[in-house]
Design a protein around this ligand. Sequence first.
Ligand code: 3HC
Ligand code: NAI
Length: 699
Amino acid sequence: MTVEYKVHSNIAVITLNNPPVNGMNYETRKQICASLDQAANDDTVAAVVITGAGKAFSGGADIKEFNTPKMSQEPSLHSVINAVESFEKPVIAAIHTVCMGGGLELALGCHYRIAAPGAQIALPEVKLGLLPGAGGTQRLPRAIGVENALNMIVSGEPVKSEMLAKLSDQKLFDRIASSPETLMEEALTFASHVATIRPLPLIRHLKASHPNADGYFAFARNTVTAMSKHFPAPLKCIDCIEAAVQKKFKEGMDFEREQFIALLMTPESKALRHAFFGERAASKIPDVPESTPVREVKKLAVIGAGTMGGGISMNFLNAGIPVIILETSQEALDRGIATIRKNYESQVKRGKLSQEKYEQRMALLSSTLNYEDLKEADMAIEAVFEELNVKQAVFTKLDAVMKPGAILATNTSTLDVDKIASFTKRPQDVVGTHFFSPANVMKLLEVVRGKQTAKDVLATVMAIAKKIKKTAVVSGVCDGFIGNRMIEQYSRQAGFLLDEGCTPAQVDQAVEKFGFAMGPFRMGDLAGNDIGWAIRKRRATERANMRYSKTADLLCEMGRFGQKTAAGWYDYLPGKRDAIPSKIVTDMIEQHRKNKGLTPRKISDEEIVDRLVYSLVNEGAHILQEGIASKASDIDMVYLTGYGFPLWRGGPMCYADTVGLFNVIQRMKKFQKNPLDDASFWEPAPLLLKLADEGKTLT
Ligand code: 3HC
Ligand code: NAI
């Protein structure tokens, strides 16, 4: 049973009990209606209280049912709310912890609402590319005013119950309980008091009005249009709220329904829902049960106070975990700590961090040149130079001093984590934690699972990731892990496009128009072209058969490493980050084509985008097939949170499903015929062929 029904003296209590968040799936809706019938037929029942068991009143409609027949199977959420609204005895919502989406819409349909302090109240549908589709856009403006409702609906952000109760003239809450613990008792008393009052108050009878409606909605549209370029939902929310002001309640409800159904079908909503579940699924590792005990990490050691070590440390300081940083020289330590200090100070200056918090965080930071001082730490993260012998020296020392059971993590981006683990006598405690730069900002953390990494080490790192607010995705050991292994193929294609006739700016603009935060060449200039150059040189022998465009090497031979040298694929003015197309670079590319006897051709934006994105899709399919990633949504999370892939397209794998795997493969086969491209590059991954053949999808 997902709904409990009990009678307390003359009050019936309907308790949603559908863990984890009392999502209103078909079963729950059916049982709410059955409970209402029971209460209607029981003459001893004078009023009904609806509440939720566990950690939510209700998180809303069950998102998993969307786009399935169950979603509209009667009783729909509309029908449930209608049944509540037209119930002949008073229905009181007793709201606590989380009251969101359809949960709030259900409450708005009740005759009265009493909320516990601290309850999170929201209509967050917009974050899933939707709008509140069960009356939220019609009832909330009537309950808290048009402007307040619009802010909540368009942002989707939760507001605390006690804040809403303070709004002037609000009709949302009839009472705020003294405490969460006394909510039910107070709701039952309240129900007894109102049991005989008639007529029953309905929010639909209130008026949604604004003294300057036309001007206000024009202003709201202007603001929202600028902020929601690629997402249709926010503007549709405004249309519906305007309908609440202009139309009769029933007409407004019909309008809202039409808009909701239309949004449900959009690729943007599909992508956002995919990302919602993908983020939660990423923390689940198929063979590591959620009950796996985690190790306690009360103190962290960071080895190396460079770019990454500093950023990594900040994550832990922000979470209140003490950090000790080790370096090879006092100068390097001072420099690293000064950078951390500078970063925090700039946050204080911008009003993003209070002086008090800044001081608290810095007080958690200590430094040393001596490994003996790391003995107390429960985990070490190594972020020293990307050279195997340097890593070996560090891990040998860590193995000697760290306490038994301490986790030894490496931030390596290209080296073999199993090899690094073999430098210790405790490979089961070694794991990769691949942060992205700037490590204190970027959401993504690739957790690299070595052959021998213990399950509780993985479980601990996933739990820590949550604590430091990262999206952690597990990757097996391979060259580049998930993200960089895919980006290598993408970069190779970008290079081929230069050989065949594109300019860096043309390629960047095409993918940026598609939605990437940054095209491959601007990204190279930001990260430093010399990094890829060094990797290519190191891999020269093992990748002797892999074809690359030589343009990236030629660029580095000219000393054009990117923004840091004020010259890369683009020119940069001193101290500025604007990428200015460079004549030197286009001349270099033209000369390179001449030397190779390549005749440039005009390449469409569509071809550029398809070649770059499908190169990610194909490598992603290999990664999935090899078990480096355990699910396609993990790959999408890597790309959404670490590589600027457009959120509204859901990540490369979700995008491939939207286009259709058959179509993707057809396009790849066409690219295979291009004599200047690498035919083997476009050999579709067996998994893609299989899924397309079976009419299945990746995600
Ligand atoms: N439907 C189905 N599953 C849901 C859900 C929902 N509405 N809300 C949360 N869940 C699931 C999550 O997928 C997760 O499942 P898992 O354990 O299998 O991974 C589990 O509940 C716990 O979720 P969180 O990890 O996010 O738990 P938190 O405690 O951190 O947060 C929450 C709880 C604030 C409710 C958060 O889950 C959330 O924001 N949920 C989405 C709420 C939402 O968007 N509601 C609107 C739904 S659409 C709607 O109501 C349409 C209507 O207008 C017609
Ligand atoms: P960096 O050069 O900025 O910093 C490295 C620091 O390590 C220097 O301060 C150096 O003094 C210190 N160091 C060197 N040898 C040491 C030793 N034996 N003991 C203690 N400290 C030592 O390098 P960066 O960029 O921070 O990279 C560190 C690691 O993170 C590398 O493995 C790199 O591949 C990886 N990485 C880098 C990313 C980036 O964008 N910079 C992104 C993801 C991973």
